[in-house]
Every structure is written in C-alpha cells, then in structure tokens.
Design a binder for this molecule. Structure first.
Ligand code: 2HG
Ligand code: ZN
Length: 468
C-alpha cells in the first residue's frame, strides 16, 4: 500500500489522511484491473482505486469527491456488459469488494442482510444454510456482486418464476453523492409512507447513490425439478413450445439458444447432449415433485413432437447431467468472449415475442450478411441476447460503427414492438445513445431532474446512462 507521501495528487493525499482505514491503490496494474468491466472496449484510466471496509469510509470518500468534484465510479464484480463500471476518464473507482460479508439473517422476516461486495454465489450459499433460497440467478454468479445486481436490477435465468432483483430487495442503505447515509424501507413488508426511494436506486447504475448494505428477501426452496433439453425445427416453434410447457408444467426456467451458439459452446468444452444439429434449442427446468408432474412433462413433450414443434429432446437423469445441459446455455458468453462480441440485450412483452422475432431476424440477416450473429436468452420472459462476432480481419472501430448502425435500426424495431433496448444489462456507456428509443423525452428529462437533486455536482458515475 502506498504511504501518504506516495500520493503526488494532493487530493488523494488529503483523502488518505482523512480515512486511515481506506485502501487506496494507484499502481498501473490496479488501475487497469479495476478500471474496466467485461465490455473491454474502453482503455481504463482511473485516478485511483479506493477500497473502503466500512460505511463511514464510503461517506467520507463521497463527501471528499463532492468537495473536489472528482467523478466516482462505484464498482462491484465488474462483470457488467454495458460499461457501467468503466473508469476511462480519471475517475476514482470506489470498489466495494472489501465489504463482502453477511451481516445477519432474520428467521421471522426471512431476510438476509449483506454488504454490497458479496458475490451472488455467496448469497445463495448463505440462504441455503438457513434452508431458504435467494432466487435471482445467472451465469456470472461466482464473480458478480450483489451491489452490481442491484445497480442493474439484474434478471437472469429464473425471472419467469421469481422476477428480477427488484422483487427481492427488502431494504437498502445507500450513501448519496454528498455523503449522506439513507436507510431505505428498513425491510418493512408494508410501508405506505411516501415515495419508495429504494426502488429509485435499484437499476440506477450507480448514478443516484452507492448501495452500502442490502436486506434481501429469501424464499422457500422450490420442489425437486427436472431439466430438459429440446431441439426445435424453427423459430416459430420457440413460443409454441413455451405456451405448451407453461400451460401444463410449473416452469422454473425456459431458455433458448441457436445452433450457432451451440457450435461455440461445444468448441469451448461443453458436451453435446443431442446428436445432430437443429436450428434452435431450449433448456427448460420445471417442478417435478411427483409422478404426476413427470408424466405431465412427458405428455407435453410428446404433444410437442406430434405437432412438429419439437424434433428431439433429453431429460437429465442426475444433477451432473442437469449441469451439463445448463452448461450448453450458461457457457455461451464465455465461449464467445475471444470474438470480441458486440452485444444487444433487448426485451419485448412475452406476447410480442413472435412478431418481434420475425422482424428482428429479417433485420439481422439483411444487415449482417457476412458476420456471425449468435442469439440466445431468456425467451420465457421476452429477453433476447444478440451477440455479433467481430470478423478477425475487421478493424475494431469499423466493426463497432457497423453494429451501432444496426442497433439504431434494431432500436426502431423495438420501438414499434413496444420493447426495451436494455432488458437486464443496463444502459451504461454502451447503450446511452439509444435510451430515447425506449424512454420518452419527458421521462428522460425527469430522470435528469432526479439525478440533479441527488447528485448536484454530477460526481456519481457521470456519463453513464445519459450524458450530463
Ligand atoms: C446471459 O443471459 C447473460 O447469459 C449474458 O445475460 C448475455 O453475453 C450475453 O450477451
Ligand atoms: Zn441474460
């Protein structure tokens, strides 16, 4: 750790003197590590990294930043895909990774109180220790932090059963840009006493305050489940099979990917589960607590085969097989990373999915004739991920320019279908130019107004979500 005199920047020397427990890093390797997220598009260039161990230090850092007008980038696991945690312009990165403990469990309220830097996996484990679950779940569970999940209102693979992160936040402690500590909702189940500022903070991408403590609701574990992989003949079958399975089974997850996605994930070490190649695949998990439930699943499967909506399928016979099926879906992001994908993360109402898919497919095949495009996602809740893979011989800047052009067209298509340009990854830096396709001018003006009240000097994550 640098000594006081090591800080040539007088503001940092002052911060170090005010907060002796604060860890402050300025080594180039640390600046690079903490200054980027999974987008890898911007060159990290933060001023320094501050790692507080307690709430008082977060208050002190934000008070200091407000006084000196230093921009602050709140930082969790940096697994974000929209650039929300990127520090490329001399910002102070405020990493919450040292604040990663479980603070308490309340068996009556069935809540778990945690610090923001705890990983989603550690939250799952802690809930399980008490015979309960924290039901938000997705592939980055081991590295993402709960603070980041709250900042983006993270969704994931079980939204059709449990909803998004927002549903599971009973209370939040938040430090504002001027260093004030707010205790929002205090885990009350009923609280009809004015604006619920807790919900304003959820999904605000670190522009309205820094979450320093969260009280999470927990749920009963679901009944035993079965996992199935289905092969489908065409895009139309996706929603036909979804309607069939949803009406007959109690679904916990319904995810899809294409043959192109499967090609990449198999090349990256996953095991093939269905012989032959089919254009679409579904991984679905449903309650299977008794024989009647398993019979219903089989009957639904057979009906889908008779209708020609399903061409093949396998049911996992063990937890290991279920994990292998899930790997085909959950391993996609990692298997694509080396191709520097440009990512779209869009949503429409479930009822609008078929018509939107139709238009979207036409648009993508017209606009990317020679570029590989990989689709997958949470089709059961209307959320599609589109990953456009950069051809090796194409210049980075040309590739981004082409993808941004197509994203403008995609945003228009989404507008026509009443959808959103960001379903669960947030707007960050990547999608801020498209915010107006999802939100009206009046809404954006109100958002700016709210931001101005909570962060008068624009020190919290400036340039993310919208330009100040
Ligand atoms: C997922 O659903 C994540 O696996 C990542 O949201 C999606 O890599 C992506 O585009
Ligand atoms: Zn996703």
């Amino acid at each position: 750790m640098p000594t006081l005199s090591a800080f040539t920047d007088i503001r940092l020397a002052e911060l170090a003197a005010t907060c002796p427990d604060l860890r402050l890093l300025t080594e180039p390797g640390d600046l690079e590590h903490y200054g980027r997220d999974w987008t890898r598009r911007w060159t990290p260039a933060p001023l320094a990294i501050a790692l507080p161990a307690q709430i008082d230090d977060v208050c002190a850092v934000l008070t200091w930043a407000n006084r000196h007008r230093v921009a602050v980038v709140p930082s969790g696991g940096r697994t974000g895909l929209s650039g929300g945690a990127v520090a490329a312009h001399g910002e102070l990165v405020l990493s919450l990774e040292r604040m990663n403990r479980v603070l308490g469990f309340d068996p009556v309220d069935r809540t778990l109180t945690v610090q923001p830097g705890i990983s989603l996996q550690a939250v799952h484990d802690a809930a399980r220790e008490h015979g309960l679950i924290y039901p938000v779940d997705f592939a980055a569970r081991g590295s993402c932090s709960i603070g980041g999940n709250i900042a983006t209102n993270a969704g994931g693979i079980r939204v059709i059963r449990y909803g998004n992160t927002r549903e599971w936040i009973a209370g939040l402690k938040v430090v504002t840009a001027t260093g004030k500590l707010l205790d929002l909702n205090r885990a009350l189940v009923k609280n009809s006493s004015g604006y619920d500022l807790r919900h304003l903070l959820i999904g605000a991408e670190g522009t309205l305050g820094v979450v320093v403590e969260a009280t999470l609701k927990l749920a009963e574990p679901p009944p035993p489940s079965q996992t199935m992989l289905l092969a489908l003949p065409d895009m139309e079958a996706l929603m036909q099979v979804f309607s069939l399975f949803r009406s007959r089974l109690s679904l916990q997850a319904f995810e899809f990917f294409t043959d192109v996605a499967q090609k990449h994930v198999l090349a990256h070490g996953a095991q093939r589960a269905i012989e032959g190649d089919y254009p679409y695949y579904v991984v679905t998990e449903f309650d299977a607590n008794d024989e009647a439930a398993t019979d219903a699943a089989l009957a639904a499967f057979e009906h889908g085969m008779e209708q020609g909506w399903i061409v093949d399928g396998v049911v996992a016979q063990s937890e290991a097989q279920a994990s292998a099926l899930w790997r085909l879906r959950e391993g996609i992001t990692e298997s694509l990373a080396r191709h520097k994908p440009y990512k779209n993360d869009v949503s429409v109402r479930i009822a609008a999915v078929p018509a939107f898919l139709h238009d979207m497919q036409a648009l993508l095949s017209r606009e990317y004739p020679h570029i590989e495009v990989v689709w997958f996602g949470h089709i059961g809740d209307g959320n599609l991920h589109i990953n456009v893979l950069k051809p090796q011989d194409m210049d980075d800047a040309d590739f981004i320019a082409q993808c941004e052009h197509v994203t403008t067209l995609l945003a228009q298509t989404l507008y026509r279908h009443g959808g959103s340009i960001s379903a669960e990854h947030g707007i960050g830096l990547v999608k801020k130019h498209y915010l107006h396709s999802t939100r009206s001018d009046e809404e954006i003006a109100l958002m700016r107004g709210i931001r101005a009240v909570l962060d008068p000097n624009r020190t919290l994550n400036p340039g993310k979500l919208f330009d100040d």
